[in-house]
Design a protein around this ligand. Structure first.
Ligand code: GLN
Length: 488
C-alpha cells in the first residue's frame, strides 16, 4: 500500500531504507492498473521507463548518492508539458505522432530532484475547457463519482492524485485549470504567481496567463514540490528571479492570529450552489476560530467583468499561439491536400476539436482590424482594472478566501452543448490569472451525495508562503485529502 503515502513520506522512507524506489513504483503502477479502467486519467503510462528509472535510482542510492529532495517520488505530468522523445499530445489529434526533442524546464527540475515520471495525464484539448470532455482521447471520470467530470482542463492530473496513482502531479492553470479540478476531486492544487514557475516547454495556450503548478494530497507535499519547480529560468523571459521559498516556518504556523482574510462583498449576492456557499461559510468560520480577522473587500470588476474579458484575451492569445500547427512543422498533416493553403485548411479542420476552433475563431475576430479596439483593447483595460483592484485589496488583507468553482463536480455531458455555461463556471478562478496572482485550492469537506467541496485562498504576488501557511492551519481542521475508490 505504498501508493497511499505522501511524497514526503515516500522520499523519507526511501532515504531511510524502509523500502525501495522500485517497490514504490510497482505499488503505484498496481494502483493505476486497478483504477484506470474506470477513471481514464492517463494518456500514456510510462511503465518500462518508470521501472528502469526506479532501478537506476535504487542503485545510485546503494552507492551512497543523495538522489534529491524528490528522490523516488512518482509523479504524473499533464500532457501539455514537453518530454524529450516521448509523445506530447495536448489531447489533440493535431499533435499525433509528435515527439518533442527536449524536456520542459519543470521536467528537467523534477528529474534532477529525483522524481520518477509515471506518465502523462488527460486534459481538455490544448487546456481549453473545464471538464476534460474536450480531449480527443475520451473523457476522464471523477474518481469520487464516475458519472461526473473531474474538472479541467487538468482533470487527468487531478483525478490521478485523488485516485492514489501518485502523491503529486503537475497541471497548468490559465483560467482555473488547477484550482477547479483540485476542488472537484477533493485535493490540493496551487496556481503559483505568474513568473514563478518556468513555462519553457509548456505548450502555450494563452502565454500571459498560463502557469504550471502542482496537485497534492497534503500541504507539505505542495510546498516541497514548489521548492523544486519554483526556480528562475533564463529560458522563459517572463520567469522572475525572486527569493527562493522557505516554507518551513509557514508549514509550522499554528494559527491565524494577526492575519486579515478578505471575503468578497460581491459574492454575497452572487447566485451559486448552496453546498459551495456553505463550504465557504464553514471555511470563513474556521479562519475566524483560528484567530483571523475577516475583512469585507470589494472586487467588483473582477467578479463582474473578469469572465467576459478573459474570454476575449485568452482566445486572442490562443489564436496566435496555435497558428503554428500548419501540417508542416508538427504532428498531423492532412493527406488530402493539393496545395499549401489546402494543407493548412485541411490539417487544421481535421486536427482541431470544436472548442479549439471556437477559440481560434473568437480570437482572430477580436484581434481583427475593425474590432481590436472594441474588444481586445477594452478587455486589456479591464484586466488592468482587475489588477489594480486586487492591489488595493491586498493593502487591507493578507489573503482572500472564495470558492474555487460555483458548483461541485457536474455530470459528464451536462454542459457540453452550452459553452457559455461552461465558461461561467470559471467566474471565481479567472480574475486570479488576469492579475497574475497565486491561488491555492483545497478540500474542506463533502456534500451529502459524497461530492468534494473546495475553496481557494488567493495571495498577493509572490505570496505563496502566506497561502501555504494558511492552508497548513486549515489542514489541521479539515484533514488531509483522501484517496477515492478505496475499499477500506
Ligand atoms: N476553463 C478555462 C478555459 O476554458 C480555463 C482553462 C485553463 O485554465 N487552462 O479557458
Amino acid at each position: 500500500m505504498l501508493y497511499r503515502l505522501s511524497a514526503c513520506e515516500i522520499a523519507k522512507g526511501i532515504k531511510e531504507g524502509q523500502f525501495s524506489c522500485l517497490e514504490v513504483v510497482e505499488s503505484c503502477l498496481g494502483r493505476i492498473d486497478e483504477v484506470e479502467p474506470d477513471v481514464h486519467a492517463m494518456i500514456s503510462t510510462w511503465r518500462d521507463q518508470a521501472i528502469a528509472r526506479a532501478k537506476e535510482l535504487d542503485s545510485r542510492l546503494a552507492s551512497g548518492e543523495d538522489i534529491g529532495p524528490m528522490g523516488g517520488v512518482p509523479i504524473i505530468l499533464k500532457d501539455n508539458m514537453c518530454t524529450s522523445g516521448q509523445p506530447t499530445t495536448c489531447a489533440s489529434r493535431i499533435l499525433k505522432g509528435w515527439m518533442p526533442p527536449y524536456d520542459a524546464t519543470v521536467v528537467e527540475l523534477l528529474n534532477d530532484g529525483g522524481a520518477i515520471v509515471l506518465g502523462k495525464a488527460n486534459l481538455d484539448e490544448f487546456a481549453m475547457g473545464g471538464s476534460t470532455e474536450n480531449s480527443a482521447f475520451g473523457v476522464t471520470a471523477n474518481p469520487w463519482d464516475l458519472e461526473r467530470v473531474p474538472g479541467g482542463s487538468s482533470g487527468g492530473s487531478a483525478a490521478a492524485v485523488a485516485a492514489g496513482y501518485v502523491p503529486i502531479s503537475l497541471g497548468s492553470d490559465t483560467g482555473g485549470s488547477i484550482r477547479q479540478p483540485a476542488s472537484f476531486c477533493g485535493i490540493y492544487g496551487l496556481k503559483p504567481t505568474y513568473g514563478r514557475v518556468s513555462r519553457y516547454g509548456l505548450v502555450a495556450f494563452a502565454s500571459s496567463l498560463d502557469q504550471i503548478g502542482p496537485f497534492a494530497r497534503t500541504v507539505e507535499d505542495l510546498a516541497r514540490i514548489m521548492e523544486v519547480i519554483g526556480v528562475p529560468d533564463h529560458k522563459d523571459s517572463t520567469s522572475q528571479d525572486v527569493a527562493r521559498f522557505d516554507f518551513s516556518s509557514a508549514l509550522r504556523r499554528s494559527d491565524l492570529k494577526g492575519k486579515k482574510i478578505g471575503v468578497i462583498e460581491e459574492i454575497e449576492s452572487y447566485d451559486y450552489d448552496p453546498r459551495v456557499k456553505n463550504a465557504l461559510k464553514e471555511t470563513v468560520q474556521a479562519c475566524r476560530d483560528e484567530g483571523a480577522e475577516i475583512v469585507s473587500i470589494s472586487l467588483k470588476a473582477a467578479i463582474e467583468y473578469g469572465m467576459a474579458s478573459y474570454y476575449i484575451l485568452a482566445p486572442a492569445e490562443a489564436s496566435s499561439n496555435l497558428a503554428r500547427y500548419d501540417g508542416v512543422r508538427y504532428g498531423h498533416s492532412s493527406k488530402e491536400a493539393d496545395s499549401v493553403v489546402d494543407l493548412y485548411l485541411k490539417t487544421r479542420r481535421e486536427g482541431f476539436g470544436d472548442e479549439v476552433k471556437r477559440r481560434i475563431l473568437t480570437g482572430t475576430y477580436v484581434l481583427s482590424a475593425g474590432f481590436y479596439d472594441a474588444y481586445y483593447l477594452k478587455a486589456q483595460k479591464v484586466r488592468k482594472a482587475i489588477k489594480e483592484e486586487f492591489a488595493r485589496a491586498f493593502e487591507q488583507v493578507d489573503s482572500i478566501v472564495l470558492p474555487a468553482s460555483p458548483t461541485p463536480a457536474f455530470k459528464i455531458g451536462e454542459l457540453v452543448d452550452d459553452p457559455m455555461a461552461m465558461y461561467m463556471a470559471d467566474v471565481f478562478t479567472i480574475p486570479v490569472n488576469m492579475a497574475g496572482l497565486p491561488g491555492l485550492s483545497m478540500n474542506v469537506g463533502f456534500s451529502k451525495e459524497g461530492l468534494p467541496l473546495g475553496v481557494q485562498f488567493i495571495g498577493p504576488r509572490w505570496g505563496e508562503e502566506e497561502l501555504i501557511g494558511t492552508a497548513a492551519v486549515m489542514e489541521r481542521r479539515f484533514g488531509k485529502a483522501k484517496i477515492a475508490r478505496e475499499v477500506v
